[in-house]
Ligand binder design. Structure first.
Ligand SMILES: Nc1ccn([C@@H]2O[C@H](COP(=O)(O)O)[C@@H](O)[C@H]2O)c(=O)n1
Ligand SMILES: C[C@@]1(CO)OP(=O)(O)OP(=O)(O)OC[C@H]1O
Length: 159
């Protein structure tokens, strides 16, 4: 069995709105996220982790912000596309682990639903997908609730 590892990172600013999309789940909030797509930082970081493991560039190469096709896009579509790129090359996701960093909203109550959505999109078992959260202890742009960040790592294994 061959293995590959990739990592990803994404940030989006908070703006007007009444919910955020995180890990494919609509989470009620008193702000929204500013983005060309739905601004799902967890899924964007995960897409970049998969693309990184494949050495296929990054999310902006595959889904350019200049392309109207991705305006308001459901990031689950992007994630499934990245999984398909891996499958075409003989790889599948072994496991993935993401950390979202924000003061609010609280992610814990939604983490299982996020894991379920991601596992379904990647075609893997629930226990292969981890979603964690931490605050920034009120420090920096995240601490001031100006934006939200996520990191992800992903292991690919030969299918
Ligand atoms: N947006 C968040 C942030 C944190 N959590 C949970 O709270 C725990 C404590 O966070 P600290 O930053 O104070 O270490 C963290 O381990 C998460 O379980 C959360 O659900 N949503
Ligand atoms: C996802 C894309 C889609 O156009 O746009 P954004 O939603 O702005 O998100 P970003 O994390 O900046 O990645 C770039 C783009 O691929």
């Amino acid at each position: 069995m061959n293995i590959r590892i990739g990592q990803g990172y994404d940030v989006h600013a908070f703006g007007d709105g009444d919910h955020v999309m995180l890990g494919g789940v609509r989470v009620p909030h008193d702000r929204g996220l500013v983005a060309h797509s739905d601004g799902d930082v967890i899924l964007h970081a995960l897409c970049d982790a998969i693309l990184g493991a494949l050495a296929l560039g990054d999310i902006g190469v595959h889904f350019p912000p200049s392309d109207a096709r991705w305006k308001g896009a459901d990031s689950r579509v992007l994630l499934r596309h990245c999984a398909a790129l891996a499958a075409e090359r003989g790889w599948k996701v072994g496991n993935a682990d993401a950390t979202v960093v924000c003061e609010r909203p609280k992610v814990g109550p939604h983490a299982l639903a996020m894991r379920e959505a991601i596992a379904a999109d990647l075609g893997v078992a629930l226990d292969a997908i981890s979603v964690k959260a931490t605050t920034s202890e009120r420090l920096g742009f995240i601490g001031r609730e100006e934006g939200i960040a996520a990191q992800a790592v992903c292991l690919l294994v030969t299918a």
